[in-house]
Design a binder for this molecule. Structure first.
Ligand SMILES: Cc1cc2nc3c(=O)[nH]c(=O)nc-3n(C[C@H](O)[C@H](O)[C@H](O)COP(=O)(O)O)c2cc1C
Length: 336
């Protein structure tokens, strides 16, 4: 998989004010093979197969995660494989080696390029059953789970997604336990949400995605202490500048911003985000079966452009979006 994000130092030194020149530079950097991974985070209810089809059109070099396959339950639709150049990662969760081996086998047979263990979800249903971020407490068990997944996955690589730690203290010992488990099993990639999880019953999943501070310094320290691992960093990356300040890592993972402003992915991977491209993607999105994730994503198709508010308004009336696109396209053609 070779999704890419600009080699920050190089691009920054070359950047000029003109947006199209910058895109060309980013593309050149990608083509030179010095780019880094850009991926879309697993998000239940958002990274549906339909949403991933649209994201694959916007940023073919981005690596796309499925929603999470929950423990025990088989949800083939949730982990449907959507082919894309940047690669498709199937995320599975659980704490039972047999189930994880089985789900890894299924994911591998579906054609995914990587299979990822969720050791980062702070939801109460998950953690009270010993799944998700609760796995951070037992690195030896995680080592066994990773081995079980590797048996099921065959030649497909297994990876881990986790958090910096548990609780209010800025300690990385639990993360380092998992990193050592990865090293011992030959799992060489960690996706790191750069904040702790607080497993207090009064904290919701939303609290856990917003309240604990993002700690870039601790993430940086982990990349230094485990240089043999590939580190993809995640959490509140909403702009090129946010991604650029993580240029010490091997890549970035974009969560909510990938849905709220999908063309951020285009810019991060050196693809076009001009109006014609947005129109083309928007037209395609009108032809696929609607779902909640797609509705949310569509609202952001013209984010950061002068068309943003009119586009959003057009989505509230029947046929409005199509009419908006029809009006916009000829106008652009005339200007050429
Ligand atoms: C609606 C929603 C669902 C999520 N579902 C999952 C999931 O299934 N597995 C997982 O590892 N993380 C899940 N996450 C967390 C994201 O993968 C990501 O780590 C988090 O949103 C932080 O990244 P961001 O600040 O770029 O959004 C979810 C996040 C959201 C907003």
């Amino acid at each position: 998989m070779d999704g890419a994000w600009s080699q920050n130092a190089l691009v920054t030194s070359l950047v000029v004010s003109n947006g199209s020149q910058r895109r060309i530079l980013r593309y050149a950097v990608f083509m030179a093979g010095v780019g880094r991974t850009v991926c879309v985070a697993p998000m239940m209810g958002l990274t549906t197969a339909t949403a991933r089809r649209v994201l694959a059109l916007i940023a073919p070099r981005a690596t796309l995660f499925t929603e999470m396959q929950r423990p025990i339950i088989d949800e083939p639709d949730v982990i449907r494989h959507v082919p894309t150049r940047g690669g498709s990662v199937c995320q599975i969760s659980g704490h039972d080696p047999e189930h994880l081996e089985r789900h890894a086998r299924i994911a591998s047979a579906l054609g995914h390029d990587e299979i990822n263990l969720n050791a980062g979800c702070p939801g109460r249903t998950m953690t009270s059953a010993g799944n998700g971020v609760a796995l951070m407490r037992d690195a030896a068990h995680v080592e066994g789970l990773l081995r079980a997944m590797q048996r099921g996955a065959g030649s497909v690589p297994v990876t881990l997604k986790t958090r910096l730690g548990l609780g209010f203290e800025a300690k990385s010992d639990l993360l380092y336990g998992l990193a050592a488990a990865c090293r011992a099993t030959g799992v060489n990639k960690i996706y790191l949400h750069m904040r702790n999880a607080i497993l207090d019953p009064s904290w919701s999943s939303l609290d856990n995605r917003t309240r604990p501070v993002i700690d870039v310094e601790r993430a940086r320290r982990a990349t230094i202490d485990f240089p043999e691992l590939t580190w993809i960093l995640n959490g509140e990356i909403r702009s090129e500048a946010d991604a650029d300040r993580l240029s010490f890592a091997d890549g970035v993972m974009i969560g909510r911003a990938a849905i709220e402003e999908p063309f951020l992915l285009a810019r991060l991977t050196g693809e076009s985000d001009d109006t014609q491209t947005r129109i083309r993607v928007a037209r395609f999105a009108l032809t696929v079966p609607p779902c909640e994730a797609l509705s949310k994503m569509r609202a952001g198709f013209f984010a950061r452009t002068p068309h943003d508010s009119k586009w959003r308004d057009s989505l509230t009336s029947q046929g409005g979006a199509q009419a908006f696109l029809d009006r916009l396209a000829p106008a652009r053609v005339r200007r050429r």
